[in-house]
Design a binder for this molecule. Structure first.
Ligand SMILES: [Ca+2]
Length: 169
């Protein structure tokens, strides 16, 4: 009888432990004071987005002569694709529409930081997927392709899940 009670307590302790681990509280985002008989204001708490980050940059078209750039111009209205590293696309006609788009604005888009081209950039990232078996739905072995179009000065900003990407233009 006594053993049964001990076992039950152990099971409860293990469950509490597992619950705590699964919540993964890792960051303190602020602090608050609660006073007797009063409502308080916890304010705006910020936390790094665990699901998305962003990239910003510019695209230029160059002509090289013996490895030396002899001509360089902005690349306006060019589609840039971001694909998870080591994924290959052999047929780009199978890259199909997905409903998801992310919009926003990033500051200081210029790669050199002098803001000579684009001080800020609206971004609209379109998520597509590579429909390898051409059945018009994304299967588990198929992957997403994130695309953006550069603005009239060749600047771009894109919002993506964290990871390593190959960039295609
Ligand atoms: Ca498919």
């Amino acid at each position: 009888m006594k053993e049964e009670v001990v076992n039950k307590v152990l099971i409860i302790i293990i469950l509490i432990f597992l619950f705590g681990v699964s919540l993964k509280f890792s960051e303190i985002t602020g602090y608050a004071v609660v006073e007797k008989g009063e409502t308080g204001d916890a304010g705006k708490q910020e936390k790094n987005n665990p699901n998305y980050g962003a990239l910003k940059g510019t695209l230029v078209l160059v002509i090289k002569d013996n490895g030396k750039i002899i001509s360089s111009e902005d690349a306006p209205n060019q589609v840039i694709s971001f694909i998870e590293k080591n994924k290959q696309i052999s047929d780009w006609s199978l890259v199909k529409e997905d409903s998801k788009k992310y919009k926003g604005e990033l500051e200081n888009v210029d790669a050199d930081g002098d803001e000579s081209k684009c001080s800020s950039q609206d971004y609209e990232t379109e998520r597509r997927y590579y429909d390898i078996n051409n059945d018009n739905q994304k299967n588990d072995d198929e992957f997403y392709v994130y695309q953006i179009t550069t603005n009239d000065k060749g600047c771009f900003a894109v919002k993506l899940p964290p990871g390593e990407y190959d960039i295609y233009t």
